[in-house]
Write a protein that binds this ligand. Structure first.
Ligand SMILES: CC(C)(COP(=O)(O)OP(=O)(O)OC[C@H]1O[C@@H](n2cnc3c(N)ncnc32)[C@H](O)[C@@H]1OP(=O)(O)O)[C@@H](O)C(=O)NCCC(=O)NCCS
Length: 294
């Protein structure tokens, strides 16, 4: 496309803000995608800016921006984690779509993943994005989502698996559970999630191990060595959603039926939305991905 420049993102406030603005506009304009809620906007905005700068630092070669006439119109952010290429963000302003910006951005980001036999991403319902991902060799697993108010009367007796709050001292355990479930550790992304999400819950006993990040009403990531541990962690995370906050568990494929059942137990509503896209691997299980860090 004429006048289109694809350049590497810089670790600056201006570039992070450009990416945030593109994503906000791209996702807002696409049907069915909610913008930041006004109440949560300042915190969500700060978290997004920090997330972009985190990835520019860990994966400068994976983060690209498209400019047209000096204006940023699109972005793709990706990372490599132990042989898995992960796409964290892919967005083009509505006014600049359909003119190859998306394809060019994705090509650059994918070059960063060259040599990775596996790939992972959480895809929105966008048909244009689905086309790009399938053409890039990803298998698209349609995903479900649980939303609503947690009905505490549905919470079952926690049983005998202890769950406790986690911190940076548990990084080794987190990375070990990651390697077992998705085949690669989150590594530096745990530091980011620990700093920015409300809490980390850990289960580590003879019965198995697992962890879960919760941020407000959202379950941001859960990985465990068994469905039993995963179920216990999800029940605990949902029990801890503050009153008045809407619960959210996203990107559940049919492999995560244990999570669907927990959501239904506590009265959440199930619908379909987006895809979990994988290349060279099966969907990790029992596992609830993080939309950006997977
Ligand atoms: C996904 C997105 C980044 C693509 O950007 P783009 O600049 O339009 O991408 P491109 O023009 O390079 O490619 C889009 C492809 O989808 C096709 N397409 C566009 N709209 C489509 C539709 N409604 N149905 C099917 N195909 C469609 C285009 O024809 C093109 O395919 P082709 O190159 O084989 O002809 C952009 O649509 C977007 O920002 N969407 C909203 C945010 C989002 O959902 N991002 C994905 C997050 S996982």
């Amino acid at each position: 496309m004429e006048g289109m420049l694809i350049r590497q993102l810089q670790d600056t406030a201006a570039d992070a803000e450009a990416v945030r603005a593109i994503a906000a506009s791209a996702f807002h304009a696409t049907e069915g995608m909610a913008p930041d809620t006004p109440a949560g906007a300042p915190a969500a905005r700060a978290q997004r800016l920090a997330g972009t700068r985190h990835l520019v630092r860990t994966d400068p070669g994976g983060c690209w921006i498209a400019e047209q006439g000096g204006t940023a119109v699109g972005a793709a952010l990706s990372m490599r984690r132990e042989g898995v290429w992960i796409l964290a963000l892919f967005a083009v302003l509505p006014s600049a779509r359909g003119e190859d910006a998306g394809r060019l951005l994705l090509e650059r980001a994918a070059e960063h993943g060259r040599g990775c036999l596996r790939g992972l991403l959480c895809a929105s319902p966008s048909p244009a994005a689905a086309r790009r991902y399938r053409q890039a060799g990803f298998t698209l697993h349609p995903a479900m989502r649980l939303t609503g108010t947690v009905d505490r009367s549905g919470l079952l007796d926690p049983g005998d698996i202890p769950v406790h709050p986690g911190s940076a001292v548990h990084t080794h355990l987190l990375d070990s559970v990651d390697r077992r479930t998705r085949g690669s550790a989150h590594g530096p992304d745990h530091a980011f999630m620990l700093a920015h999400y409300d809490e980390l819950l850990i289960a580590d006993s003879l019965a198995g191990s697992g962890y879960c990040y919760r941020d407000g009403g959202a379950v941001r990531l859960l990985a465990a060595t068994s469905k039993r541990i995963a179920t216990r962690l999800l029940r605990e995370a949902l029990a801890r959603v503050p009153d008045g906050e809407e619960a959210l568990v996203e990107f559940l494929t049919a492999e995560q039926e244990w999570a669907v059942d927990v959501g239904l137990e506590v009265g959440l509503s199930l619908d379909t939305r987006g895809y979990l896209a994988v290349r060279g691997m099966r969907p990790p299980a029992p596992y609830l991905p993080n939309g950006a860090f997977l």
